[in-house]
Design a protein around this ligand. Sequence first.
Ligand code: NAD
Length: 443
Amino acid sequence: MKVTVFGSGYVGLVQAAVLAEVGHHVICVDVNEQRVEDLNQGIIPIYEPGLTPIVQNNSQAGRLQFTTDAKLAVEHGEVQFIAVGTPSDSNGAADLQYVLTVAKTIAQYMTGDTVVIDKSTVPVGTADKVRDIIAETLAQREVSHQFDVVSNPEFLKEGAAVADCMRPDRIIVGSYDARPHDIIRELYEPFNRIHEKIIFMDVRSAELTKYAANCMLATKISFMNEMANLAELLGADIEAVRRGIGSDPRIGYHFIYPGCGYGGSCFPKDVQALIQTAETEGYRPEMLYAVENVNKRQKDKLPSLVKQHFGADLSGKVFAVWGLSFKPKTDDIREASSRVLIEQLWAAGAIVQAYDPEAMEEMQRAYGVRNDLNLVGTKEAALKAADALIICTEWQPFKAPDFDLIKTQLKQPVIFDGRNLFEPERMQRRGFTYYGIGRGESV
Ligand code: NAD
């Protein structure tokens, strides 16, 4: 099939590459000229495991093209994906300007019947807006092409995006009627072979499904963080509690790790957007407010532990920070808890020596060159003459480090572990002062 994808970010680029990989002919269009130029030279703008070879191979095979030419792109596709950003506006609601601009662009250039597939995460009612804009623009053009608007939210996880798109758990398809079902089935046939994964529903339910999924996941995290804080006060160990409750199949082990707060481009923004949607309907979403508030508080957890140990004035202190991305296997630092930590360390006068396997460039881009930020090439280099080590992201190479080396490099053997990577008792035996989340202090 001929497919057009608007947006070449984490969602658009991965979706375009995976569709090309199974044989579709895909044009991916972006307004970011530099990004398109890079992609045309095989330079991949984001870190996502397994993405580079499939982008490069499919580009070489002629099944995947990148352009800034929206007209060319729209004329190409039988289906048009909208996969552009929906960041929070000043109230926390989803900013739909990019989605609606793309809808208008599609209508301006479409030359025949088409199916418009919204993959961006958008509030309930957005498909209606997209449909209205396309209808209006076609009317202005005095053409009468048929079109369908489909809500097909994306559930990929950054860090596993290629695998998730190749083998999705489910494919949610919301439509106004059954007319686009056949073309959607054909499009996704290669991903729907083992068992039926497509779940057809109405557009509003599809739009809400995405928010409900992300808010449920965020709820699990905030719940565990709440329990972790309680465990600390009560002298219990949240790791034991986690294993204890995870063994109940109704709860399960997934997504119940306590930590230093959730971040990323989705959970914080989607929880806020659903709050705004609810408030617009005159409904106060108590649970979502709590999820959000617990997370905000949790992001302060590491900086407060540091200040509890070293005092409020951190001037002259140097901190080694391991992990900047909001989770492992991505370079994405949007809303990462590392940023809240680092900004609070700076505000208290400290210097940060940080290492991340993939997110250093993003960090440099976000904060520029500063005297109090030293981005170093290895996790060991970050330790050099630092007053303590702080772990923000659970990258694999951080899980079994050389503790003797850590001890010799740090000025004092102090570790603040935002991801509970180590056993407090063992850390104590090794001679560290160790702070985990919900595990008490081990000196
Ligand atoms: P992103 O910011 O990485 O990429 C968006 C891209 O769209 C950018 O490259 C931007 O230049 C481009 N763009 C903006 N306006 C455009 C236009 N008019 N025409 C063409 N391109 C345009 O965003 P993302 O992380 O890929 O997210 C996209 C959507 O998918 C969001 O709604 C997000 O909530 C949702 N989503 C994201 C993830 C994730 O893990 N990142 C997962 C599921 C859903």
